[in-house]
Design a binder for this molecule. Structure first.
Ligand SMILES: [Zn+2]
Length: 207
């Protein structure tokens, strides 16, 4: 897996891209836009699990709630079902604004996830910008290789609304660089190559 992979509305994953090393992170439902399947548990790539566990433990050590993966890997087909459901409900254009097109969701990579909390054994999905956990993640996640993927004020660059809950693994070095420069992955590629990559193929992913 190329941890620096850029997946967005202009850079789609192929429909057959599936991470090969998915592991279940906990026993909650992989909850997304009311599309529920009790058999579909939150999963991420095993290769980033140690980094996630280290971050989770550091948050606990800082006296915060347990941070858990609320929704990790989502297959292409899953995103398609969700997207088509939105198209039925609100039409194609509105659906495009509200939910990622199949292939354009980072959740298909297995190295992106939405967080929730376990608070004294109780699952807590709701997050707020004032939560100490959200503030801590924003300032510390890069030390473990993660970035807040859709920051406030960068909506026009990422193409997504601010999502305080969505984190993405890019590796410690790149995450630290992006944090220090206060830039998104899109801006990183623009600076690096003059323009964003046009398309990431499955072969490139497996470098
Ligand atoms: Zn997400």
């Amino acid at each position: 897996m190329n941890y620096a992979i850029l997946v967005n509305k202009q850079n789609l994953l192929s429909s057959d891209f599936v991470p090969e090393d998915l592991v279940i992170t906990d026993n909650n439902e992989n909850n997304f836009h009311n599309y529920r399947d009790p058999n579909f548990k939150p999963m991420i790539s095993a290769s980033i699990l140690p980094y996630f566990k280290a971050m989770q433990q550091a948050a606990l050590d800082a006296g915060l709630k347990e941070i858990i993966v609320d929704s990790g890997y989502r297959p292409y087909e899953y995103q398609k079902v969700v997207f088509d459901k939105f198209v039925d409900e609100v039409g194609y254009e509105e659906a495009c604004k509200k939910v990622a097109l199949p292939g354009s969701s980072e959740h298909q990579t297995g190295i992106a996830f939405d967080i929730a909390y376990m608070d004294n054994g109780k699952y807590q999905e709701k997050t707020s910008d004032e939560d100490p956990e959200i503030i801590w993640l924003k300032e510390n996640s890069h030390k473990f290789g993660f970035i807040l993927r859709y920051p406030l004020g960068k909506e026009a660059i990422t193409g997504y609304s601010y999502e305080r809950w969505h984190y993405r693994f890019v590796g410690v070095e790149l995450a630290t660089h992006l944090y220090n420069e206060n830039i998104t992955l899109e801006e990183y590629y623009t600076r690096l190559k003059g323009q964003p990559r046009t398309r990431i193929t499955k072969e490139e992913d497996q470098k």
